[in-house]
Design a binder for this molecule. Structure first.
Ligand SMILES: Nc1nc2c(c(=O)[nH]1)N[C@H]1C(S)=C(S)[C@@H](COP(=O)(O)OP(=O)(O)OC[C@H]3O[C@@H](n4cnc5c(N)ncnc54)[C@H](O)[C@@H]3O)O[C@H]1N2
Ligand code: MOO
Length: 400
């Protein structure tokens, strides 16, 4: 089996020329999972003035203990307009501006209201229960740097800094096509020999998690004209990536190489030294990158994680979140490997402070149930020798 491309080389070709997508401005509420293209600077200070952190009374610490005249009220967004003099207090609420002249806040639990007076029996430390202007952030501060991956917490900060729209890298648009006469959609009644299509839905979920936007193109029969029609639709509708599943191997009905040729392109590669996933192929159809994944469900999923996901992270501007393998120890003996880099589905456990990866006994690339149970892939290099349980190994976690 000469001519199988090493996994690293295949990944390099999949990523070649892929750059973060151009900037677009979107509503701040929609930016979870996006990557900022510019620094976000605070448009205001927070809090915008000294404010109380408690419900109670604004006082002058020097007046305490004492009985003070309550001369007004300061509520959040409706501050006290006047000035506070010696012997005076202002009723105040959490988040409200501290009146001019006050230097501390006393919690209402420590005060006894007596009509228009308040009796405070204890003392107060100057500055007590006051949040200073700009405690959280000051105007002009770079609160979020270009390149930041937004999450719900950072989204809140962007909004608080008063950004209604934010600049982010575009989202990769990914068309997904299942091919195969035998396939039917979930929820239908399969005829004799038919298979419920699951690959495309799994790929779409991988796409979303990597920051992309999937378009499900449905199922194409094993006919060149029908498949080409959908591939052309994906190109014309401006998708950055087309992922196909099935039809990648050498059988009579395996059409993907014909599709690439009919589009006037050449495969950037076909056949990788890996298991599962050997018949993976790639081609550039104009501006759209095609990844032709094998139909076997485990091969399709593993190739999505190893090739599609890094491509999408790169396009979405998340390329620096590189997914390096982790160290673990084997929970079972593993036989010598052949020329294809193996990706063994494994369960994970912590034992004696060590991460233990145990491969499932049956590794057939059709087995979706084992894939669903697996937490990681054990990475086995081509021609790796047999190793015993307890030996070190490298793993890639599957839940990302
Ligand atoms: N003579 C050879 N035969 C095969 C080779 C080879 O090198 N020489 N490679 C094998 C390997 S490795 C793989 S992987 C498969 C990949 O084949 P295809 O990409 O052509 O996939 P299909 O034949 O279309 O389907 C394979 C299998 O997967 C099921 N399938 C397909 N699509 C879906 C879907 N959307 N959801 C769920 N299941 C799906 C399909 O029903 C088949 O059972 O080729 C080997 N053969
Ligand atoms: O990719 Mo195939 O699943 O290696 O069997």
């Amino acid at each position: 089996m000469a001519g199988l491309l090493p996994v690293d080389e295949a990944l390099a070709r999949v990523l070649a020329g892929a750059e973060p997508l151009p900037e677009e401005w979107i509503a701040v509420g929609d930016c979870d999972g996006r990557v900022l293209t510019r620094d976000l600077v605070a448009g205001r200070s927070q809090p915008p003035e000294d404010v109380s952190s408690m419900d109670g009374y604004a006082v002058r610490a020097a007046d305490l203990p004492g009985r003070l005249a309550v001369i007004g009220e300061s509520a959040a967004g409706r501050g006290f307009a006047g000035q506070m003099a010696a012997g005076e207090a202002v009723r105040i609420f959490t988040g409200a501006g501290v009146p001019v002249g006050a230097d501390a806040v006393v919690m209402q639990e420590d005060a006894a209201r007596e009509g228009d007076r308040v009796l405070i029996a204890g003392t107060a430390r100057p500055g007590q229960f006051i949040r200073r202007r700009g405690l959280d952030f000051t105007e002009g501060l770079t609160g979020l740097a270009a390149g930041t991956l937004m999450n719900p917490r950072r989204l809140a900060l962007a909004a608080a800094m008063n950004h209604a729209i934010v600049p982010v890298h575009g989202r990769p648009r990914v068309a997904i096509l299942s091919t195969g006469d035998e396939l039917v959609e979930p929820g239908t009644v399969p005829g004799p020999g038919q298979i419920v299509s699951s690959n495309a839905l799994a790929i779409a979920a991988v796409v979303r998690r990597a920051g992309g936007e999937p378009t499900l193109l449905g199922i194409s029969p094993d006919r060149l004209d029908a498949t080409l029609e959908r591939v052309r639709f994906a190109r014309q509708s401006g998708h950055h990536v087309l992922v196909t599943s099935g039809g990648a191997s050498v059988g009579e009905y395996d059409l993907m190489r014909d599709v690439i040729a009919a589009e006037g392109a050449e495969p950037g590669f076909w056949k990788i030294a890996m298991r599962p996933g050997k018949p993976l192929m790639m081609a550039d159809l104009g501006a759209m990158r095609l990844l032709g994944l094998p139909g076997n469900p485990v091969a399709s999923f593993v190739c999505s994680m190893l090739f599609l996901r890094p491509l999408l992270l790169r396009l979405a501007g998340r390329g620096d979140s590189a997914e390096e393998p982790e160290e673990a120890v084997l929970g079972a003996d593993v036989p010598a490997n052949d020329l294809r880099a193996d990706h063994l589905r494994a369960s994970l456990a912590q034992r004696d402070g060590r991460l233990v990866a145990t491969p499932f006994p049956v590794q057939d690339s059709s087995m979706i149930r084992v894939l669903a149970e697996a937490e990681a892939l054990i990475l086995r290099a081509p021609h790796a020798p047999a190793v015993a349980a307890g030996s070190p190994c490298r793993i890639l976690r599957l839940d990302r």
